[in-house]
Design a protein around this ligand. Structure first.
Ligand SMILES: [Zn+2]
Ligand SMILES: [Zn+2]
Ligand SMILES: [Zn+2]
Length: 255
């Protein structure tokens, strides 16, 4: 797989002499002060007084939300405003292309949730600034935070992390897929009234794969569509939203 190949290259595992020479060459060619310059110049929030004006967004700014970058660009003087907006446009395009490329290839890693351009309208994303200039790492699941962002969000005690995320992942698993919901007492709701073998989600029976949910204890859309008209549904789940009734959740729901 190509990403593995790329990964091992960037890890620099067992580099030949030639590789080392190439790395040195690249390091020497890069402008030595690239970390001290930013297209936002004085308006760059990475340090007091900003940075020296440079040709591109700095890595600190690239971790900020796209909306915030556009807002910052709009606050610049007339001369810089257009040029910096174009840089943000180009960065947004780059994030979109990167994501689409990764979605096209099965097994490729995904960008960190904050680098997913399609969540830019979400409030959590707009409000979050990791306040760090290291780039994100890629992750296994779409909607997952990289280790750095997860750590920063916990340090900043972000409310959205507690409400909208399950650990480092946006959203929650379908209640049928929740690894915390395989206790002996879960047998009752998993089996339901026991009349229809298609009640419990089972991919071997051709059931559609589960999606993520915006809250815990909920059926994903596919499972909801499969069982919501079966007899006895309302005994176990709230009919409108497909949320498991309180009495079946139990107290022992941690980790
Ligand atoms: Zn910057
Ligand atoms: Zn990240
Ligand atoms: Zn499901």
């Amino acid at each position: 797989m190509i990403w593995r190949h790329k990964l091992s290259l960037s890890c620099g595992k067992d580099p030949s002499n030639q590789d080392t020479m190439m790395t040195e060459q690249i390091t020497m060619q890069a402008p030595p002060s690239s970390r001290l310059v930013c297209a936002f110049g004085k308006a760059c929030s990475s340090r007091k007084g900003g940075k020296e004006q440079g040709p591109d967004l700095c890595s600190w700014c690239k971790n900020m939300s796209l909306f915030e970058l556009y807002r910052l660009a709009d606050g610049l003087g007339r001369e810089d405003h257009e040029a910096v907006r174009k840089l943000v446009d180009a960065y947004k395009k780059h994030l979109e292309d990167d994501l689409l490329e990764r979605l096209r290839h099965k097994g490729w890693l995904m960008p960190c949730a904050i680098k997913d351009p399609y969540v830019r309208h979400m409030q959590w994303r707009d409000s979050f600034n990791p306040q760090d200039d290291k780039p994100c790492n890629n992750v296994v699941h779409r909607g997952q935070l990289c280790q750095r962002c997860y750590t920063k969000a916990r340090e900043q005690e972000c409310t959205w992390l507690k409400v909208e995320f399950d650990g480092d992942r946006y959203g929650f698993p379908c209640v049928f897929e929740d690894p915390r919901m395989h206790r002996p007492k879960d047998y009752f709701w998993r089996r339901g009234p026991g009349e229809d073998p298609d009640w419990e989600k089972d991919s071997r029976r051709g059931h559609a794969p589960c999606g993520r949910c915006e809250q815990r204890y909920k059926l994903c859309q596919n499972c909801y569509a499969r069982i919501n008209e079966m007899r006895g549904f309302g005994k176990f789940f709230d009919e409108t939203h497909g949320i498991l009734r309180m009495r079946y959740r139990g107290r022992d729901t941690g980790g």
